[in-house]
Ligand binder design. Sequence first.
Ligand code: ATR
Length: 279
Amino acid sequence: MTDQYAVIGNPVAHSKSPRIHTLFARQTQQDMHYSTLLAPLDQFQTAVRDFFVQEQGKGLNVTVPFKQEAWQLCNEHSDYALHSGAVNTLLYRDDGSIWGANTDGLGLVRDLQQNHAIALHDKKILVLGAGGAVRGVLQPILEQYPQQVFIANRTTARAHELVTLFGQFDVLDGGGYGDIPKTGFDIIINGTSASLQGDLPPVPAHCVVDAECCYDMMYSSESASTAFVQWALSHHVPRALDGLGMLVEQAAESFFIWRGVRPETHTVLSVLRAREPQI
Ligand code: ATR
């Protein structure tokens, strides 16, 4: 029987994951089917169990708003998931236990470093936002030995919480937008959900003067670039990138966890880009 996979979320109909994993499966000749699974907001755990037990599901991707609930459901976690408190990949094991991973951070780092040749080592990095999305990517960023990582958030206490949580990395600091050091940054990563409403986080223009890259973890499904990418372009930042590459790279890592085969991502990204705005 064909192995079943899905992305679970609410809403989830807009997800690009079925297309990405179907392309991966075709490319690597894996006998699998990948669909969307809409879970009622108060029925996440039941929906996961039903998928694994009744539908013979082998794995799930988890998207908004269930990543933290997914973390609680797991019997075991990958190292990145353990520290981030959020899970985007579930593996159903033969003994009925659930293993959870977070591949978002690896996806971001691979997209920056491998697809765009932007090294994080020794760089000054400004991260905007301190919600679940940022929590999920901090460790892989910090493991690249940047010179400095500053987390700026509207609610200052949440930035401080993350600094404490990842306290073993002494290059990490954080605060409100008014606390951002005036020394300039090489890379600015937008991990706020402001783009979803077409908003911009209130990042001061002095941050961007020397920046080589602005990266929006969100991507646009419309024909226009995200508000943050447009902001970066208007400040003449050499590389203004959205998160479509991160989406494909995190998917490739999930696929590898499930199938033990690493798909090639460039052609899949090209297929998606053909339907997306060019940046
Ligand atoms: P996610 O899982 O997508 O990260 P979240 O945990 O709700 O969702 O976090 C959303 C992040 O975007 C937070 O950092 C939020 O700032 P607050 O912690 O102050 O709420 C940030 N955010 C959302 N809308 C924003 C806006 N218009 N301007 C600045 N930051 C915004």
